[in-house]
Design a protein around this ligand. Structure first.
Ligand SMILES: [Ca+2]
Length: 133
């Protein structure tokens, strides 16, 4: 069996390329998920730029009233900023589908109408989103 060992400049170049293009592998495009009132907007890049994922639905009270969205494949591990449509909803972003894994909680009182940068430790990590009030 032949082994290929990449060393020196080739390895360094490969590493630089990997670091230079975070989150671009899925090539997200403008998409809407759910139906009903707009709950929020997710963006593929920071500062509310890049492709836009519009999230629609009727999220209710916490627990049984909450609404869970599994992201389309092209939006998996892509979200870099997020803007709630109103200041009344709580959101959680989850590392895995079905609300599983690490959670990034956005309290309604903190979200306002001005949007929210997804902090670095959760950048390009979201696979599902829950909304409630
Ligand atoms: Ca991204």
């Amino acid at each position: 069996m032949k082994r290929i060992v990449v060393t020196g400049m080739a390895a360094a170049a490969a590493l630089v390329m990997t670091l230079a293009v975070p989150g671009t592998a899925n090539a997200a495009s403008n998409t809407t998920i759910g139906s009903g009132p707009v709950l929020g907007y997710a963006y593929s890049n920071g500062n509310y730029t890049g492709a836009v994922l519009t999230i629609r639905g009727d999220c209710g009270a916490s627990g049984a009233g909450s609404q869970l969205f599994n992201l389309p494949h092209e939006w998996n591990d892509t979200i870099s900023s997020f803007k709630p449509a109103t200041k009344f909803y709580d959101f959680s972003l989850y590392e895995h589908g079905n609300g599983v894994g690490s959670e990034y909680y956005i309290p309604a009182a903190n979200s306002g109408d001005t949007g929210l940068e997804v902090v670095l430790h959760f950048n390009d990590m979201t696979s599902s989103i829950r909304c409630w009030f």
